[in-house]
Design a protein around this ligand. Structure first.
Ligand code: SAM
Length: 306
């Protein structure tokens, strides 16, 4: 299918359950003159949205879908942190990590913090999130955003995740890691035209090298049970190839989980089992381009978390 641009990707609105609930947000938008059409049954229904109409997403709970270009940046619910303006594909990592309330979680490359706030909502603010990033400016934005979203129980550090010591007793109870590292961003549909955005072979190689290193480092946390690796890249070098290389390096310690079997768009056939990974694209899932892999420690107890 032809790849639609940003103009055809709907406006997705994640309800921040730390501050409100889906029904109250639906009522709010109805009072603002929008018609609620119920829960979508297909991606086609999302594609057909127009005017002042909205739906509940078919895949993700707590996600409302409005027509493309709907702008809520000045909306009271957004400025008060009751809703988060986040693409549907970028809601997948925290949802698929699914940490139980009370868990200890690392968000390794966290700023500007949309996925951290999603994790906090899933944890119901119970537990502990250790969030890292190297970029001061993005961390400042993140701090404001987390405050606005009512997130508590997190420690935000300006630190290269590669220098975080897995042996530090502080992290001995970390059972979940979300890893959303820097990537080429080739899946972002509102960036510069795709040809101009195409990364050089050298840049791809450098990014993939970093991504492999950081994934391998994350898997070395001793109590880790489940990890989600995600990028907003379309390049196999940054996605399936990274996951495959690191799984091979780790022997039989971790396995790929067949995440979200009903999700229509799967990993490229780069290695046996790669279809357990998820992909997203404007044409297939009406989202930005995205990749997600869920890894779990093999052996006793791991199944209890899936
Ligand atoms: N997870 C974020 C969210 O949902 O809002 C987006 C993360 S963005 C794709 C990648 C982030 O990784 C950038 O903010 C970048 O500064 C950070 N980063 C790059 N290298 C890093 C490193 N070695 N340690 C920690 N963070 C790093």
């Amino acid at each position: 299918a032809a790849s639609p641009g940003a103009s055809q990707v709907p406006r997705y609105v994640r309800v921040n359950t730390l501050k409100t609930c889906v029904d109250d947000v639906i009522d709010f938008f109805k009072r603002q003159g929008y018609s609620y059409l119920g829960k979508a049954a297909s991606v086609e229904e999302l594609r057909a949205l127009s005017g002042k109409k909205f739906l509940l997403d078919l895949h993700l709970p707590e996600l409302l879908v409005f027509p493309p270009q709907t702008d809520f940046h000045d909306n009271l619910l957004y400025t008060s942190g009751h809703i988060i303006l986040q693409d549907k594909a970028s809601c997948l990592p925290a949802f698929l990590l699914g940490p139980a309330a009370g868990s200890y979680v690392i968000d390794a490359c966290a700023a500007p913090g949309n996925k951290t706030s999603h994790l906090a909502a899933i944890l119901k603010n119970k537990g502990q999130i250790f969030a890292f990033d190297v970029d001061t400016k993005r961390l400042a934005t993140m701090n404001t955003m987390l405050m606005r979203a009512g997130v508590t129980g997190f420690q935000l550090a300006q630190q290269d995740f590669l220098t975080v010591d897995p042996g530090d007793p502080k992290y001995s109870k970390v059972t979940y890691i979300l890893l959303d590292p820097s990537c080429s961003g080739s899946g972002m549909v509102n960036r510069v035209p795709r040809e101009e955005a195409a990364p050089s072979a050298e840049r791809l190689q450098a990014l993939a090298g970093f991504q492999r290193k950081v994934l391998s480092h994350a898997l070395s946390f001793p109590a880790l049970r489940r990890l989600v690796y995600s990028t907003c890249s379309l390049h196999r070098e940054e996605n399936e190839d990274v996951v495959h290389a690191v799984l091979q390096e780790r022997g039989l310690a971790f396995r790929l989980v067949n995440a979200f079997p009903s999700w229509p768009c799967r990993g490229l056939a780069a290695f046996p089992g790669a279809e357990s990974c998820l992909r997203a694209s404007p044409a297939d899932t009406l989202t930005h381009g995205f990749f997600v892999a869920v890894l779990e420690r093999c052996g006793e107890g791991a199944a209890a978390l899936s």
